[in-house]
Design a protein. Structure first.
Length: 569
Protein backbone atom coordinates (compact mmCIF):
# COMPACT_ATOMS: atom_id res chain seq x y z
CA UNK A 1 0.00 0.00 0.00
CA UNK A 2 1.11 3.53 -0.65
CA UNK A 3 2.03 5.84 2.22
CA UNK A 4 -0.31 8.84 2.25
CA UNK A 5 1.43 12.15 2.89
CA UNK A 6 -0.25 15.45 3.56
CA UNK A 7 1.52 18.58 4.29
CA UNK A 8 0.95 18.63 8.55
CA UNK A 9 0.20 15.39 7.48
CA UNK A 10 2.05 17.78 5.55
CA UNK A 11 2.20 20.06 8.52
CA UNK A 12 5.89 20.11 8.77
CA UNK A 13 7.64 23.40 9.10
CA UNK A 14 10.79 24.68 7.42
CA UNK A 15 12.74 21.57 6.36
CA UNK A 16 14.05 18.63 8.13
CA UNK A 17 17.65 18.17 7.24
CA UNK A 18 18.90 14.69 7.90
CA UNK A 19 21.43 13.59 5.34
CA UNK A 20 21.21 10.06 4.04
CA UNK A 21 24.88 10.22 3.03
CA UNK A 22 27.96 10.92 5.16
CA UNK A 23 28.36 14.62 5.79
CA UNK A 24 31.52 16.66 5.68
CA UNK A 25 32.50 19.50 7.93
CA UNK A 26 34.75 22.44 7.32
CA UNK A 27 37.64 22.77 9.78
CA UNK A 28 37.36 24.70 13.04
CA UNK A 29 33.58 24.56 13.11
CA UNK A 30 31.74 26.19 16.01
CA UNK A 31 30.07 23.71 18.31
CA UNK A 32 26.46 23.91 19.45
CA UNK A 33 25.76 22.67 22.97
CA UNK A 34 22.35 21.61 24.27
CA UNK A 35 22.11 24.17 27.06
CA UNK A 36 18.45 23.62 28.00
CA UNK A 37 19.15 22.17 31.44
CA UNK A 38 22.12 24.44 32.08
CA UNK A 39 19.81 27.39 31.42
CA UNK A 40 17.27 26.11 34.01
CA UNK A 41 14.53 25.72 31.41
CA UNK A 42 12.17 23.06 32.73
CA UNK A 43 9.23 23.67 30.38
CA UNK A 44 7.86 20.58 28.60
CA UNK A 45 5.37 20.89 25.76
CA UNK A 46 2.06 19.10 26.36
CA UNK A 47 0.38 18.03 23.11
CA UNK A 48 -2.69 16.74 24.92
CA UNK A 49 -3.36 13.73 22.72
CA UNK A 50 -5.31 10.69 23.85
CA UNK A 51 -4.09 7.77 21.78
CA UNK A 52 -3.08 8.67 18.22
CA UNK A 53 -2.67 12.43 17.89
CA UNK A 54 -4.82 14.54 15.57
CA UNK A 55 -3.78 17.28 13.17
CA UNK A 56 -4.20 19.83 15.97
CA UNK A 57 -2.06 17.93 18.46
CA UNK A 58 0.80 17.52 15.98
CA UNK A 59 0.86 21.19 14.97
CA UNK A 60 2.68 23.10 17.70
CA UNK A 61 4.51 24.53 19.35
CA UNK A 62 5.84 27.87 18.23
CA UNK A 63 8.35 29.83 20.29
CA UNK A 64 9.06 33.55 20.27
CA UNK A 65 11.77 35.82 21.64
CA UNK A 66 11.76 39.44 22.84
CA UNK A 67 13.24 41.59 25.59
CA UNK A 68 9.92 42.06 27.38
CA UNK A 69 11.37 43.87 30.42
CA UNK A 70 13.77 46.12 28.47
CA UNK A 71 16.90 45.10 30.36
CA UNK A 72 18.85 44.35 27.18
CA UNK A 73 18.64 40.57 27.48
CA UNK A 74 16.21 38.58 25.29
CA UNK A 75 13.55 36.47 27.00
CA UNK A 76 11.62 33.43 25.71
CA UNK A 77 7.91 32.63 25.45
CA UNK A 78 6.86 29.00 25.03
CA UNK A 79 3.42 28.02 23.72
CA UNK A 80 1.70 24.96 25.20
CA UNK A 81 -1.23 22.69 24.46
CA UNK A 82 -4.19 21.95 26.73
CA UNK A 83 -6.13 18.99 28.07
CA UNK A 84 -8.65 18.45 25.28
CA UNK A 85 -10.25 15.39 26.88
CA UNK A 86 -11.20 16.75 30.32
CA UNK A 87 -8.79 14.55 32.27
CA UNK A 88 -8.04 17.20 34.87
CA UNK A 89 -4.54 17.98 33.52
CA UNK A 90 -3.50 21.58 34.14
CA UNK A 91 -1.10 23.19 31.64
CA UNK A 92 -0.19 26.70 30.56
CA UNK A 93 2.21 28.61 28.34
CA UNK A 94 5.48 29.83 29.86
CA UNK A 95 7.44 33.09 29.88
CA UNK A 96 11.09 32.69 30.82
CA UNK A 97 12.98 35.80 31.92
CA UNK A 98 16.67 36.02 31.06
CA UNK A 99 18.72 36.17 34.29
CA UNK A 100 21.76 37.63 32.47
CA UNK A 101 24.00 34.80 33.65
CA UNK A 102 23.15 32.10 31.11
CA UNK A 103 20.03 30.98 32.97
CA UNK A 104 16.32 31.79 32.80
CA UNK A 105 13.48 31.95 35.35
CA UNK A 106 9.84 31.07 34.79
CA UNK A 107 7.84 34.26 35.47
CA UNK A 108 4.59 33.23 33.81
CA UNK A 109 2.38 33.57 36.86
CA UNK A 110 3.79 36.91 37.96
CA UNK A 111 3.61 38.29 34.42
CA UNK A 112 0.10 36.99 33.81
CA UNK A 113 0.62 35.39 30.38
CA UNK A 114 -0.49 31.72 30.71
CA UNK A 115 -2.55 31.71 27.51
CA UNK A 116 -6.30 31.19 27.36
CA UNK A 117 -6.62 28.09 25.17
CA UNK A 118 -4.79 25.41 23.21
CA UNK A 119 -1.70 27.31 22.05
CA UNK A 120 -0.27 27.14 18.53
CA UNK A 121 2.12 30.06 17.89
CA UNK A 122 3.16 33.51 19.08
CA UNK A 123 4.58 36.85 17.97
CA UNK A 124 5.78 40.00 19.74
CA UNK A 125 5.11 43.56 18.58
CA UNK A 126 4.92 46.97 20.23
CA UNK A 127 1.56 47.84 18.71
CA UNK A 128 1.06 51.01 20.78
CA UNK A 129 4.64 52.32 20.45
CA UNK A 130 5.11 52.69 24.21
CA UNK A 131 8.52 51.02 24.23
CA UNK A 132 7.31 47.68 25.65
CA UNK A 133 6.77 44.68 23.34
CA UNK A 134 3.29 43.20 23.46
CA UNK A 135 2.47 39.53 22.93
CA UNK A 136 -0.02 37.89 20.56
CA UNK A 137 -0.72 34.16 20.90
CA UNK A 138 -2.52 32.13 18.25
CA UNK A 139 -4.74 29.38 19.62
CA UNK A 140 -7.36 26.84 18.70
CA UNK A 141 -10.42 28.98 19.23
CA UNK A 142 -10.00 32.58 20.31
CA UNK A 143 -6.53 34.10 20.18
CA UNK A 144 -5.19 36.38 22.90
CA UNK A 145 -3.39 39.74 22.88
CA UNK A 146 -1.42 40.63 26.01
CA UNK A 147 -0.53 44.29 26.51
CA UNK A 148 2.83 44.83 28.19
CA UNK A 149 2.31 47.15 31.18
CA UNK A 150 6.01 48.01 31.41
CA UNK A 151 6.36 46.72 34.99
CA UNK A 152 6.83 43.01 34.36
CA UNK A 153 3.12 42.31 34.02
CA UNK A 154 0.68 42.02 31.11
CA UNK A 155 -3.04 42.66 30.65
CA UNK A 156 -5.35 40.66 28.39
CA UNK A 157 -6.73 43.31 26.01
CA UNK A 158 -8.07 40.95 23.32
CA UNK A 159 -11.68 42.05 23.59
CA UNK A 160 -10.84 45.76 23.69
CA UNK A 161 -8.46 45.48 20.74
CA UNK A 162 -10.87 43.33 18.72
CA UNK A 163 -8.28 40.75 17.59
CA UNK A 164 -9.53 37.37 18.82
CA UNK A 165 -9.32 35.99 15.27
CA UNK A 166 -12.92 34.75 15.18
CA UNK A 167 -14.15 37.32 12.64
CA UNK A 168 -14.75 34.68 9.96
CA UNK A 169 -15.39 31.83 12.43
CA UNK A 170 -11.89 30.46 11.95
CA UNK A 171 -11.08 27.98 14.73
CA UNK A 172 -7.59 26.73 13.88
CA UNK A 173 -5.30 29.74 13.92
CA UNK A 174 -1.69 29.35 12.87
CA UNK A 175 0.93 31.85 11.82
CA UNK A 176 0.73 35.52 12.69
CA UNK A 177 2.93 38.53 12.09
CA UNK A 178 3.04 42.20 12.99
CA UNK A 179 3.98 44.59 10.17
CA UNK A 180 3.25 48.18 9.20
CA UNK A 181 1.74 47.60 5.78
CA UNK A 182 0.62 51.21 5.23
CA UNK A 183 3.75 52.80 6.79
CA UNK A 184 1.74 55.01 9.15
CA UNK A 185 4.05 54.24 12.07
CA UNK A 186 1.73 51.71 13.74
CA UNK A 187 2.05 47.94 13.59
CA UNK A 188 -0.80 46.07 11.91
CA UNK A 189 -1.47 42.37 12.43
CA UNK A 190 -1.91 39.45 10.04
CA UNK A 191 -3.45 36.24 11.44
CA UNK A 192 -3.43 33.06 9.36
CA UNK A 193 -6.10 30.38 9.27
CA UNK A 194 -5.33 26.68 8.95
CA UNK A 195 -7.47 23.56 8.47
CA UNK A 196 -11.21 23.74 9.10
CA UNK A 197 -10.92 21.17 11.88
CA UNK A 198 -13.84 21.17 14.30
CA UNK A 199 -15.28 19.05 17.11
CA UNK A 200 -17.27 16.92 14.65
CA UNK A 201 -14.48 16.54 12.08
CA UNK A 202 -12.89 13.24 11.19
CA UNK A 203 -10.01 12.69 13.54
CA UNK A 204 -7.79 10.01 11.99
CA UNK A 205 -6.99 8.62 8.54
CA UNK A 206 -5.33 5.46 7.22
CA UNK A 207 -1.84 6.34 5.92
CA UNK A 208 -1.11 2.85 4.61
CA UNK A 209 -0.48 -0.63 5.98
CA UNK A 210 -3.46 -0.22 8.28
CA UNK A 211 -1.74 2.58 10.22
CA UNK A 212 -3.94 5.37 11.57
CA UNK A 213 -2.59 8.90 11.90
CA UNK A 214 -3.72 12.49 11.64
CA UNK A 215 -5.46 13.37 8.38
CA UNK A 216 -4.01 15.61 5.72
CA UNK A 217 -5.37 19.18 5.84
CA UNK A 218 -7.18 18.91 2.49
CA UNK A 219 -9.54 16.44 4.19
CA UNK A 220 -10.91 19.41 6.15
CA UNK A 221 -10.40 22.27 3.71
CA UNK A 222 -8.99 25.66 4.62
CA UNK A 223 -10.20 28.66 6.57
CA UNK A 224 -9.91 32.45 6.15
CA UNK A 225 -7.04 34.66 7.20
CA UNK A 226 -7.47 38.10 8.79
CA UNK A 227 -5.66 41.40 8.31
CA UNK A 228 -6.16 43.80 11.22
CA UNK A 229 -5.41 47.49 10.73
CA UNK A 230 -4.08 49.33 13.78
CA UNK A 231 -6.34 52.30 14.56
CA UNK A 232 -3.80 53.92 16.90
CA UNK A 233 -6.15 53.96 19.90
CA UNK A 234 -5.61 50.43 21.17
CA UNK A 235 -8.11 48.92 18.74
CA UNK A 236 -7.84 47.20 15.36
CA UNK A 237 -10.19 46.98 12.38
CA UNK A 238 -10.62 43.93 10.14
CA UNK A 239 -9.64 45.15 6.66
CA UNK A 240 -9.07 41.73 5.06
CA UNK A 241 -11.51 42.14 2.22
CA UNK A 242 -10.87 45.84 1.69
CA UNK A 243 -7.15 45.10 1.36
CA UNK A 244 -7.85 42.32 -1.20
CA UNK A 245 -6.18 39.73 1.01
CA UNK A 246 -9.18 37.52 1.86
CA UNK A 247 -8.44 33.84 1.13
CA UNK A 248 -11.23 31.61 2.51
CA UNK A 249 -9.49 28.37 1.47
CA UNK A 250 -6.09 29.16 2.98
CA UNK A 251 -4.06 26.56 4.84
CA UNK A 252 -1.55 28.95 6.38
CA UNK A 253 1.38 27.56 8.35
CA UNK A 254 3.88 30.41 8.08
CA UNK A 255 3.62 34.11 7.34
CA UNK A 256 6.19 36.85 7.10
CA UNK A 257 6.44 40.39 5.78
CA UNK A 258 9.39 41.42 3.64
CA UNK A 259 10.11 43.95 0.89
CA UNK A 260 11.08 41.46 -1.82
CA UNK A 261 11.18 43.94 -4.70
CA UNK A 262 13.09 46.73 -2.91
CA UNK A 263 10.37 49.34 -3.42
CA UNK A 264 10.34 50.37 0.25
CA UNK A 265 6.97 48.78 1.10
CA UNK A 266 6.47 45.52 3.04
CA UNK A 267 4.94 42.66 1.10
CA UNK A 268 3.38 39.58 2.68
CA UNK A 269 4.44 35.96 2.08
CA UNK A 270 2.23 33.08 3.22
CA UNK A 271 3.19 29.39 3.07
CA UNK A 272 0.25 27.01 2.72
CA UNK A 273 -0.02 23.32 3.49
CA UNK A 274 -0.94 21.40 0.34
CA UNK A 275 -2.07 24.30 -1.85
CA UNK A 276 -0.22 27.09 -3.64
CA UNK A 277 1.75 29.65 -1.61
CA UNK A 278 0.62 33.29 -1.55
CA UNK A 279 2.69 36.40 -2.20
CA UNK A 280 0.79 39.62 -1.62
CA UNK A 281 2.49 42.57 -3.31
CA UNK A 282 1.90 45.85 -1.51
CA UNK A 283 0.18 48.35 -3.84
CA UNK A 284 1.12 51.34 -1.59
CA UNK A 285 -2.53 52.31 -1.19
CA UNK A 286 -3.75 49.97 1.54
CA UNK A 287 -4.39 47.10 -0.87
CA UNK A 288 -2.41 44.08 -2.07
CA UNK A 289 -2.20 42.00 -5.24
CA UNK A 290 -1.52 38.26 -5.09
CA UNK A 291 1.46 37.59 -7.42
CA UNK A 292 3.00 34.31 -6.23
CA UNK A 293 2.57 32.49 -9.54
CA UNK A 294 4.13 35.28 -11.60
CA UNK A 295 6.97 35.57 -9.07
CA UNK A 296 7.81 31.88 -9.29
CA UNK A 297 7.06 30.76 -5.71
CA UNK A 298 3.43 29.60 -5.78
CA UNK A 299 4.39 26.04 -6.70
CA UNK A 300 7.52 23.92 -6.90
CA UNK A 301 9.62 23.82 -10.05
CA UNK A 302 7.62 20.81 -11.28
CA UNK A 303 4.29 22.55 -10.66
CA UNK A 304 3.36 20.79 -7.42
CA UNK A 305 1.95 22.48 -4.30
CA UNK A 306 4.14 22.48 -1.20
CA UNK A 307 3.50 21.39 2.34
CA UNK A 308 4.84 24.83 3.17
CA UNK A 309 5.75 24.98 6.84
CA UNK A 310 8.42 27.61 7.25
CA UNK A 311 9.11 30.90 5.52
CA UNK A 312 12.51 32.51 5.97
CA UNK A 313 14.23 35.41 4.25
CA UNK A 314 17.93 36.07 3.94
CA UNK A 315 20.43 37.40 1.42
CA UNK A 316 22.52 34.24 1.35
CA UNK A 317 24.65 35.37 -1.63
CA UNK A 318 25.15 38.99 -0.49
CA UNK A 319 23.77 40.53 -3.70
CA UNK A 320 21.40 42.93 -1.92
CA UNK A 321 18.22 40.93 -2.66
CA UNK A 322 16.39 38.93 0.01
CA UNK A 323 16.15 35.26 -0.93
CA UNK A 324 13.50 32.81 0.28
CA UNK A 325 13.47 29.43 2.03
CA UNK A 326 10.31 27.34 2.38
CA UNK A 327 10.41 23.94 4.03
CA UNK A 328 8.37 20.98 2.89
CA UNK A 329 7.25 17.43 3.65
CA UNK A 330 9.45 14.35 3.59
CA UNK A 331 10.44 13.13 0.10
CA UNK A 332 9.49 16.51 -1.35
CA UNK A 333 12.74 18.42 -0.55
CA UNK A 334 12.95 21.92 0.92
CA UNK A 335 12.99 24.88 -1.43
CA UNK A 336 15.52 27.69 -1.80
CA UNK A 337 14.69 30.54 -4.14
CA UNK A 338 17.23 33.12 -5.28
CA UNK A 339 15.75 36.59 -5.66
CA UNK A 340 16.95 37.93 -9.01
CA UNK A 341 16.10 41.54 -8.14
CA UNK A 342 13.39 41.92 -10.79
CA UNK A 343 10.49 40.55 -8.76
CA UNK A 344 11.15 36.93 -9.73
CA UNK A 345 12.53 34.05 -7.66
CA UNK A 346 14.67 31.35 -9.26
CA UNK A 347 14.46 27.87 -7.70
CA UNK A 348 18.05 26.91 -6.81
CA UNK A 349 17.27 24.06 -4.39
CA UNK A 350 19.19 21.48 -6.41
CA UNK A 351 22.08 23.75 -7.34
CA UNK A 352 22.54 24.96 -3.78
CA UNK A 353 22.99 21.44 -2.41
CA UNK A 354 20.06 21.41 0.04
CA UNK A 355 17.65 19.29 -2.02
CA UNK A 356 19.36 15.92 -1.64
CA UNK A 357 19.87 16.38 2.09
CA UNK A 358 16.33 17.53 2.86
CA UNK A 359 14.42 15.06 0.71
CA UNK A 360 14.60 12.28 3.29
CA UNK A 361 13.35 14.29 6.26
CA UNK A 362 10.31 16.34 7.26
CA UNK A 363 11.06 19.98 8.04
CA UNK A 364 9.34 22.64 10.11
CA UNK A 365 10.85 25.89 11.48
CA UNK A 366 14.23 27.38 10.67
CA UNK A 367 15.91 30.06 8.63
CA UNK A 368 19.07 31.96 7.80
CA UNK A 369 21.69 33.02 10.36
CA UNK A 370 25.45 33.52 10.26
CA UNK A 371 26.45 31.09 12.99
CA UNK A 372 30.23 31.38 12.48
CA UNK A 373 30.30 35.16 11.85
CA UNK A 374 32.12 34.80 8.54
CA UNK A 375 29.81 37.28 6.80
CA UNK A 376 27.70 34.67 4.97
CA UNK A 377 24.33 33.43 6.18
CA UNK A 378 23.96 29.72 6.94
CA UNK A 379 20.76 27.65 7.37
CA UNK A 380 19.28 25.85 10.37
CA UNK A 381 16.18 23.63 10.12
CA UNK A 382 14.18 21.80 12.80
CA UNK A 383 12.94 18.37 11.80
CA UNK A 384 10.30 15.90 12.93
CA UNK A 385 7.49 13.84 11.44
CA UNK A 386 3.76 14.09 12.12
CA UNK A 387 2.76 10.40 12.03
CA UNK A 388 3.66 8.63 15.33
CA UNK A 389 3.67 5.14 13.74
CA UNK A 390 5.30 6.13 10.47
CA UNK A 391 8.06 3.54 11.02
CA UNK A 392 5.44 0.82 10.48
CA UNK A 393 4.99 2.01 6.90
CA UNK A 394 8.69 2.45 6.16
CA UNK A 395 11.52 1.55 8.58
CA UNK A 396 13.74 4.21 6.95
CA UNK A 397 11.37 7.00 7.99
CA UNK A 398 11.45 8.11 11.61
CA UNK A 399 8.97 10.01 13.76
CA UNK A 400 11.59 11.90 15.80
CA UNK A 401 14.42 13.36 13.75
CA UNK A 402 17.72 15.22 14.12
CA UNK A 403 17.77 18.93 13.31
CA UNK A 404 20.00 20.12 10.47
CA UNK A 405 22.72 22.70 9.95
CA UNK A 406 24.02 23.89 6.57
CA UNK A 407 27.16 25.97 6.15
CA UNK A 408 27.26 28.64 3.44
CA UNK A 409 30.25 27.86 1.20
CA UNK A 410 30.19 31.41 -0.30
CA UNK A 411 29.73 30.10 -3.84
CA UNK A 412 25.97 29.59 -3.90
CA UNK A 413 26.28 26.17 -2.26
CA UNK A 414 25.53 24.87 1.21
CA UNK A 415 27.30 22.01 2.98
CA UNK A 416 25.50 19.77 5.49
CA UNK A 417 27.62 20.01 8.67
CA UNK A 418 25.10 18.52 11.08
CA UNK A 419 27.29 15.63 12.16
CA UNK A 420 30.10 17.93 13.30
CA UNK A 421 27.95 20.65 14.87
CA UNK A 422 28.09 19.46 18.49
CA UNK A 423 25.98 17.62 21.05
CA UNK A 424 23.01 19.88 20.32
CA UNK A 425 22.49 17.78 17.20
CA UNK A 426 22.76 14.40 18.90
CA UNK A 427 19.15 13.77 19.95
CA UNK A 428 16.11 13.40 17.67
CA UNK A 429 12.97 15.41 18.45
CA UNK A 430 9.69 16.43 16.91
CA UNK A 431 11.07 19.84 15.98
CA UNK A 432 8.53 22.56 15.24
CA UNK A 433 9.03 26.30 15.90
CA UNK A 434 12.47 27.94 15.71
CA UNK A 435 13.74 31.34 16.83
CA UNK A 436 17.22 32.87 16.56
CA UNK A 437 18.66 35.09 19.29
CA UNK A 438 21.90 35.89 21.10
CA UNK A 439 20.70 35.09 24.60
CA UNK A 440 24.07 35.66 26.32
CA UNK A 441 24.98 38.76 24.26
CA UNK A 442 28.35 37.34 23.22
CA UNK A 443 27.86 38.06 19.52
CA UNK A 444 27.22 34.44 18.53
CA UNK A 445 23.65 33.75 17.43
CA UNK A 446 21.98 30.95 19.41
CA UNK A 447 18.89 28.90 18.53
CA UNK A 448 15.78 27.91 20.48
CA UNK A 449 13.59 25.10 19.12
CA UNK A 450 10.06 24.29 20.27
CA UNK A 451 9.62 20.51 20.29
CA UNK A 452 6.26 18.76 20.17
CA UNK A 453 5.63 16.71 23.33
CA UNK A 454 9.15 17.30 24.67
CA UNK A 455 11.32 19.93 26.35
CA UNK A 456 12.58 22.70 24.05
CA UNK A 457 16.10 22.64 22.69
CA UNK A 458 18.34 25.61 23.52
CA UNK A 459 21.40 25.50 21.28
CA UNK A 460 24.23 27.60 22.67
CA UNK A 461 26.62 28.75 19.96
CA UNK A 462 30.27 28.72 21.06
CA UNK A 463 31.28 30.74 18.00
CA UNK A 464 34.35 30.57 15.81
CA UNK A 465 37.56 31.98 17.31
CA UNK A 466 38.98 34.92 15.40
CA UNK A 467 35.75 36.05 13.76
CA UNK A 468 34.11 39.32 14.78
CA UNK A 469 30.52 40.56 14.84
CA UNK A 470 28.36 43.66 14.87
CA UNK A 471 24.90 43.84 16.46
CA UNK A 472 22.33 46.54 15.63
CA UNK A 473 19.19 47.43 17.57
CA UNK A 474 16.87 49.92 15.87
CA UNK A 475 14.41 52.22 17.63
CA UNK A 476 11.84 53.91 15.42
CA UNK A 477 10.46 57.37 16.16
CA UNK A 478 8.46 58.43 13.11
CA UNK A 479 8.45 54.80 12.00
CA UNK A 480 6.99 52.08 14.24
CA UNK A 481 9.11 51.75 17.37
CA UNK A 482 10.12 48.16 16.62
CA UNK A 483 11.45 49.38 13.25
CA UNK A 484 9.77 46.46 11.48
CA UNK A 485 10.31 46.99 7.78
CA UNK A 486 13.61 48.84 8.25
CA UNK A 487 16.75 47.63 6.50
CA UNK A 488 20.30 47.58 7.81
CA UNK A 489 23.21 47.40 5.36
CA UNK A 490 26.71 46.71 6.69
CA UNK A 491 29.77 47.05 4.46
CA UNK A 492 33.03 45.27 5.26
CA UNK A 493 35.94 44.89 2.85
CA UNK A 494 33.89 46.07 -0.11
CA UNK A 495 31.11 43.53 0.49
CA UNK A 496 27.69 44.58 1.79
CA UNK A 497 25.34 42.46 3.88
CA UNK A 498 21.67 43.28 4.36
CA UNK A 499 19.10 42.43 7.03
CA UNK A 500 15.45 43.48 7.16
CA UNK A 501 13.76 43.76 10.55
CA UNK A 502 10.63 41.63 10.54
CA UNK A 503 8.29 39.78 12.86
CA UNK A 504 6.83 36.31 12.46
CA UNK A 505 8.35 33.96 9.91
CA UNK A 506 9.98 30.60 10.60
CA UNK A 507 7.14 28.33 11.78
CA UNK A 508 4.64 29.80 14.29
CA UNK A 509 7.55 31.72 15.85
CA UNK A 510 9.53 34.95 16.06
CA UNK A 511 13.22 35.70 16.43
CA UNK A 512 15.00 38.56 18.19
CA UNK A 513 14.53 41.82 16.27
CA UNK A 514 18.18 42.80 16.72
CA UNK A 515 20.23 42.40 13.52
CA UNK A 516 23.46 40.42 13.81
CA UNK A 517 26.28 40.63 11.25
CA UNK A 518 29.40 38.51 11.01
CA UNK A 519 32.47 40.56 10.09
CA UNK A 520 34.95 37.73 9.65
CA UNK A 521 38.43 38.91 10.63
CA UNK A 522 37.60 42.62 10.18
CA UNK A 523 37.95 44.79 13.27
CA UNK A 524 35.29 47.27 12.17
CA UNK A 525 32.50 47.91 9.67
CA UNK A 526 33.47 50.58 7.17
CA UNK A 527 29.83 51.65 6.73
CA UNK A 528 26.43 51.00 8.28
CA UNK A 529 23.32 52.31 6.53
CA UNK A 530 19.79 52.23 7.93
CA UNK A 531 16.81 52.61 5.63
CA UNK A 532 13.79 53.37 7.77
CA UNK A 533 10.21 52.46 6.73
CA UNK A 534 9.25 56.11 6.36
CA UNK A 535 11.99 56.64 3.74
CA UNK A 536 14.62 58.29 5.96
CA UNK A 537 18.19 57.04 5.48
CA UNK A 538 21.05 57.32 7.94
CA UNK A 539 24.68 56.36 7.35
CA UNK A 540 27.47 55.74 9.85
CA UNK A 541 31.12 54.89 9.29
CA UNK A 542 33.83 52.93 11.08
CA UNK A 543 31.80 51.20 13.79
CA UNK A 544 34.10 49.03 15.87
CA UNK A 545 33.47 45.29 15.88
CA UNK A 546 32.40 43.05 18.75
CA UNK A 547 29.59 45.13 20.19
CA UNK A 548 25.92 46.01 19.94
CA UNK A 549 24.79 49.49 18.91
CA UNK A 550 21.42 51.16 19.43
CA UNK A 551 20.41 53.43 16.56
CA UNK A 552 17.46 55.74 17.12
CA UNK A 553 15.69 57.09 14.05
CA UNK A 554 16.83 60.66 13.44
CA UNK A 555 19.73 60.52 15.91
CA UNK A 556 23.11 60.61 14.17
CA UNK A 557 25.04 59.14 17.10
CA UNK A 558 24.79 55.35 17.53
CA UNK A 559 24.98 54.32 21.17
CA UNK A 560 27.27 51.46 22.10
CA UNK A 561 25.34 49.15 24.46
CA UNK A 562 27.01 47.70 27.55
CA UNK A 563 25.31 44.48 28.63
CA UNK A 564 26.09 43.93 32.31
CA UNK A 565 25.89 40.32 33.38
CA UNK A 566 24.18 39.52 36.67
CA UNK A 567 26.52 40.13 39.58
CA UNK A 568 29.01 42.02 37.39
CA UNK A 569 29.30 45.76 37.14
Amino acid sequence: MRLLVWSLGALAGCALLVSMAPTQSPPSHPQFHNATRDAHISFVHFKGSQGVSTILEEAGPGVCVADFDDDGWPDIYFVNGRDLYHRGIETHNALYRNNRDGTFSDVTVAAGVPGTGYGIGCVWGDYDNDGHPDLYVTQYGKNVLYHNNGNGTFTDVTAKAGVDGMDFNTRFHSAATFFDYDRDGKLDLYVGGYANFGPESKRLCNIGYGVLASCRPLVYGGSPDILYHNNGDGTFTNVTKAAHIYQPKGLNLAAGAMDYDNDGWPDLFVANDGIEAYLYHNNHDGTFKEVALNSGIALTSDGSPMAGMCIAFGDYNNDGNLDLLITDFQMATDHLWRNDGTGFFDDVSERSGIARQTRQVLSFGGGFFDYDNDGWQDIFIANGHVYPDVEKTDPQVHYKQIDSLFHNERNGQFLDVTSSAGDGFATPYLGRGVAFFDYDNDGNVDVIVGNNGDPPLLLHNAGKPGNHYLGIQLIGTRSNRDAMGARVLVTVGGRTQVREISGGGSYLSQSDLRANFGLGTAASASAVEVRWPDGVRQRFTDLAADGYYRIVEGNDHPAHISYHRAGIR
